[in-house]
Design a binder for this molecule. Structure first.
Ligand code: GLY
Length: 575
């Protein structure tokens, strides 16, 4: 071949390659952003997801990696001993599905198991120790997501978490604060104290927490799949430890546990599609009630006082509907279609006065303590092809039940407290429990976790947050920010307020209302319960199709990190 021929061939090669790359970018832009983004509550979980994406994994592999990493590095919020909801969008088919890995009540559970012989509640029993623990769903969910939706072998997605568990990670101030809060229960159980305390004391910030038994459990899960946790030696250890400390789990409980693929709740609000959590999360139906009520007003034309007033009235009514009607749909009949209908919202709207707060008691006296979990976690991931995951995971209270099953490294949840543990009677919060959410064997407790996608013609949002009963109202405020065209940094950082029907008061972060605004709302009849501390830890991603712009944001209240990649290698910071 002559030099001229060789030069011509190499020019053709360069041209064809350039055309292919350009075409590839165009087609990626048509279906996905061509890059990936991750936002999670811990930098090491974000790194784990990015590591797996860089190995060729998709968003679903990355979700397995982030979930497992959070189980190790944020043991206050979620873990193998807990559960959650993973909302998936499969780009190739356009399908949305919610993986329900929610815990379920043990088969030996009974409606009144947390009452004494006089029928009085014993609230600590559903919060602390193994009697508070429901059967975990997260291990089954991770295997399910990897097998059905991932590209990589499970071990590849679990590898970062196994490494963090073996080598350890430096605990942060958040860990210290929550360990202090849960100190009595962490000290009570030897296996728990051995993992989470340092010679019996709360560790200093920066102390390296190693969890070799949890690393072994993750490896067994990777090798044996679902059976690695729900059968065999891990299952035996879990049941033995639980029963020895007064719990009621059986091997049959673990053997029977299954994840459920559920159709998410799909809502329309002012030209937006909202895809969000189905029962047994209350979130989707509550958002339907609130957004349907608010769709009847032109919020943009109202002043701030009236806008907040109407949002609060919508919150009040949706939390009441939750209290009256919502529970595990596999156990109780829930009028889902009616609750999500425009007609129901219109009827509720008729009771709302534009200048006066409604008294919650005027709506009827039955309420329910919506999910009370104070911790929990959330992450959001989008990959280059446009696959998406928005996932909220929980062990309920910080460090769950505070009980680590010896020989497993797994801290068990206290999700049983998300049931109405004392139906028909006021609970510790002075509220009435909902019968639809009463305890029954094998039933899933009602949740507030609301992983969400928001879709406009040119913009796709992913968001969610921990925060117990306030999760749903936080997600509502996030959706309203999206509807106003705000970027994800605004959704995660805006000052928050909340009304959950009972108590009949607006709870709010210190920065949410100035004195003048509060005075004007008070003049309408609103009551206030200021919160000493901020709440929530929202993680969010926005993909703007026009201009193919990808942004990610982590709540400034937490320690999370969000990153946008230049797919597949270089990583740069997001919002
Ligand atoms: N445990 C928190 C929730 O499920 O809402």
């Amino acid at each position: 071949m002559s030099i001229v021929q060789a030069q011509r061939q190499s020019l053709i090669f360069v041209f064809v390659t350039a055309v292919l790359i350009f075409a590839g970018n165009l087609s990626a832009a048509a279906t996905g952003p061509g890059r990936a983004a991750v936002a999670s509550a811990h930098p090491l979980a974000t790194q784990a997801a990015l590591e797996v994406l860089n190995k060729g994994g998709n968003a679903f592999d990355a979700a397995v990696a982030a979930s497992a990493a959070l189980a190790v590095v944020e043991p206050t919020g979620s873990g193998l001993g807990g559960g959650g909801f993973w909302l998936l969008h499969v780009a190739a088919s356009g399908r949305d599905v919610m993986i329900d890995g929610r815990e379920r009540a043990p088969l030996a559970a009974t409606r009144n198991m947390y009452l004494d012989s006089a029928g009085k509640a014993r609230p600590r029993l559903s919060l602390d120790g193994p009697l508070a623990a429901a059967i975990p769903g997260e291990p089954a969910a991770l295997v399910h997501i990897a097998e059905r939706y991932g590209r990589l072998p499970l071990i590849e997605s679990l590898r970062p978490a196994i490494r963090y568990a073996r080598r350890g990670f430096a605990v942060n101030a958040h860990y210290r604060r929550l360990a202090q809060l849960r100190r009595p229960v962490l000290e009570r159980y030897r296996a728990t104290a051995a993992v989470f305390l340092r010679a019996g004391a709360i560790p200093e910030t920066g102390w390296v927490l190693r969890q070799p038994e949890l690393a072994d459990t993750l490896e067994t899960l990777a090798e044996a799949g679902r059976a690695g946790f729900y059968e065999g030696s891990i299952a035996h250890r879990l049941v033995r430890a639980v029963r020895a400390a007064g719990g009621i789990w059986s091997l049959e409980d673990l053997r029977q546990y299954r994840v459920i693929e559920r159709e998410p709740v799909h809502l329309r609000y002012r030209g937006l599609n909202v895809v969000t959590a189905a029962l047994p999360s209350a979130g989707g139906l509550q958002l339907a009630v609130m957004l349907n009520i608010l769709a009847g007003y032109n919020l943009g034309s109202l002043d701030k006082v009236h806008r907040i007033h109407l949002v609060v009235e919508a919150m009040r009514r949706s939390y009441r509907a939750r209290a009256l009607s919502l529970g595990d749909p596999d156990f109780v009949a829930v009028p889902r279609r009616h609750l999500a209908s425009a007609a129901f919202a219109a009827a509720l709207r008729q009771g709302i006065e534009l200048n006066h707060a409604t008294r919650s008691t005027a709506l009827g006296e039955h309420g329910d303590p919506p999910g009370k979990g104070a911790d929990t976690t959330h992450f959001a991931i989008i990959d280059a092809a446009g696959n998406r995951v928005s996932a909220t995971l929980s062990i309920n209270y910080p460090f769950g039940s505070g009980f680590v099953a010896a020989g497993t490294g797994v801290v068990l949840n206290d999700e049983m407290d998300d049931f109405a543990t004392h139906p028909g009677e006021p609970n510790a919060y002075g509220l009435i429990g909902g019968e639809a959410n009463a305890i029954a064997p094998g039933k899933r407790p009602l949740s507030s976790m609301s992983p969400t996608f928001i879709e406009a013609p040119q913009r796709i949002g992913l968001l969610g947050t921990p925060g117990g009963s306030r999760i749903v109202s936080m997600v509502l405020l996030g959706i309203l920010e999206f509807a106003d065209g705000q970027p994800p940094a605004a959704w995660v950082s805006r000052a928050r307020y909340h009304h959950q029907y009972l108590p009949d008061a607006i709870q709010y972060e210190p920065e949410a209302f100035g004195a003048r605004l509060r005075e004007r709302l008070a003049a309408m009849g609103h009551r206030f319960e200021p919160l000493a501390q901020s709440y929530g830890n929202m993680q969010a991603i926005l993909w703007e199709r026009r201009g193919n712009r990808l942004r990610a944001a982590s709540d400034p209240r937490g320690n999370g990190s969000s990153q946008v990649t230049n797919w597949p290698a270089a990583v740069s910071r997001g919002d």
